[in-house]
Structures are given as C-alpha cells and as structure tokens.
Ligand binder design. Structure first.
Ligand SMILES: [Zn+2]
Length: 312
C-alpha cells in the first residue's frame, strides 16, 4: 500500500527518510528572492528577527478586523468586532503589559475583550494570560490540557519540555474549546479551532476570515510545531504522541491559508508576510504559506527522529 505523506496512518518511524530526501522548496523564502524592494513596514523597522520576547513593537492592522498587538519577539493577535473583541495569546507576564498598551494604542479598550485564546501552554505565549484576564474579565478558551495547565499552574507530564519552564501565574477560569458554550463564543467571531498537539500536548492553532468589506482573507494562527524537548526525552519513545504530531503538521499544511501568523513572529516569517501583503495588489498572495511552514517543521522533526535513531 502506498503511504500518503503526512497521512495519519503514516508510520512515525518512517517519517525521517522521506523528509531527509529531496527537501521541498520553502515557498515563502522563494517569494522573497523575487521581492520588489518597497517601503519597510514600521514593525519590520522596529523589530529584529527572533527579537526579545518583551521588547515593545508597534501594533498594526494585518487585514480587516485582525491586528498584531504582540511584542517584537512574541505574537498576540486581536480580532475586533462591534460587540467585543477576541485576543489570542498574551506574551510573557511582562510582555502582557506591552500587549495591553498596544491594544490601547490602536484605540481599543481591553475591557471590550470578551474572549481569550491560547496557542500553547508555555509561559512565553500565555504566561501573561492571568494578567490579561484580570484586565478584561474575559473567559479563556484553549484545549482541555492547556486550560488545566493554566488553572493549576502545573505543566502536563506529556509535555516534551516538562520540567524546563518556570510556572505560570494561574488564570481564574478557562474552558476547553469544545465544551459548554465555548463553541458558540468561537462561532461568534467565526474562529475555528485546529488542535495541533506536538510542540506541547495541548497546542492549538486557530483560523478565521478577516474581511475589509468584500475583501476577505483566511488567516491561520498556526502554533509552534518545533520538536523541542528536555535532554532525556525521545519523541520516538512516544508513538501515539508522535502520530498526533504528524497529524498536526498535515492539518496545518492542508489548511486554507492566505495569511500565516505564528506565536514566534519570525517562525512564520512575519516580515515576509508583511512585504507580501504590501505587494498583494500587484503580485497576489502566496497560497502556500502554511504548507511551507509545516514543511520546514516536518523536516526538522525528521532530522530529530533520525538523530534519535542514531543514539539508540
Ligand atoms: Zn513553547
């Protein structure tokens, strides 16, 4: 039987070989090589690649009702509506101050935020969520594992980085994305959950349509998909977890995706996205941003598994 690359049934241990073969071209990078030089976006001017997590950077509109309100090094996304807003990720506890200030700079009131979402349960992305919840009074929604981690302040033992991170300030309340009235709250903003376990067991990605009048683009906030762990952890010892990780890569690769955003802005090449958005009228948008991102992370996972096999 022919194996389908990325398929759920795709054997995890067979993953490394095809990945290490002909490396798929990274389409996002390919686009930049033909880039026509233009004015540099203020955020790209203020922020370095892989910049400090708490360094303030200017907030800006991505498209329609979707705004970047994160720091230079950690993303936070605001989705606005006439009847309240949604915020994805908070940054660190210190970074949350920058996020709140950025929201105000854009003319929005944090008190109008009705929904808080998280990418994955690590302190660099949701460590400031307790502070943001205090400032907004909004409910937090993520995976059951992430919600549990954030309410108890205790990392999940399945996290490949278990034991490496400092504990986070506990949030007051949270809901798994498929429980209670969480689906209705997500529906209100037209946000769909994409569970993407792998980097952590509770990792989530989110997608929605951002519209300026009739001009609508699909945004994917794709979580970190990097195979990072503590020293004594081997992904290949956790077959079920690894299969789920491979499934997450497939789901992001196949997601309809006009605009890719990621929790680490440089992970999804935010500067390239900004320059592509600026040239959109002439050149259109690359239709493979998410596939390119997933492909790069898939190769990294393959290399990791290959390394693990070498140290058996
Ligand atoms: Zn992380």
């Amino acid at each position: 039987m022919e194996r389908v690359l990325f398929g759920k049934a795709f054997s995890a241990l067979a993953l490394a070989l095809p990945l290490l073969g002909a490396a798929p071209q990274d389409p996002v990078t390919a686009i930049t090589s033909d880039a026509v030089p233009g004015p540099v976006h203020p955020w790209a001017q203020a922020c370095e690649d892989w910049d400090d997590w708490d360094k303030p950077g200017p907030p800006f509109k991505i498209h329609g009702n979707t705004w970047y309100v994160g720091t230079c090094g950690i993303s936070a996304i605001l989705i606005t509506s006439d009847d309240g807003h949604a915020l994805i990720d908070s940054g660190t506890e210190k970074g949350a101050e920058v996020v709140l200030a950025n929201i105000r700079k854009l003319g929005f009131d944090p008190k109008d935020i009705k929904l808080l979402l998280g990418s994955h349960e690590h302190f660099d992305h949701v460590g400031g969520m307790a502070k943001i919840q205090q400032a907004t009074g909004a409910v937090f929604i993520s995976s059951a594992i992430a919600v549990d981690t954030m309410i108890t302040g205790k990392a999940h033992p399945d996290d490949p980085q278990f034991g490496l991170h400092e504990p986070m300030a506990k949030i007051a309340e949270g809901l798994p994305y498929d429980w209670g009235d969480a689906p209705y709250k997500l529906d209100y903003f037209g946000i769909s959950p994409i569970p993407t376990p792998g980097h952590t067991p509770g990792a989530m990605s989110w997608t929605w349509r951002a519209c300026e009048g009739e001009d609508c683009l699909t945004v994917v906030y794709a979580d970190s998909l990097s195979a990072v762990s503590r020293d004594d952890y081997r992904f290949s010892d956790h077959r079920e977890y690894l299969d789920a990780f491979v499934g997450s890569l497939k789901d992001i690769a196949e997601a309809p995706c006009d605009i890719l955003a990621t929790p680490h802005p440089s992970g999804g090449k935010l500067k390239v996205t900004l320059s592509a958005l600026a040239r959109r009228k002439q050149d259109g948008l690359p239709d493979f941003a998410c596939a390119g991102y997933a492909s790069a992370q898939q190769q990294a996972l393959g290399m990791r598994l290959s390394k693990e096999r070498g140290t058996q």
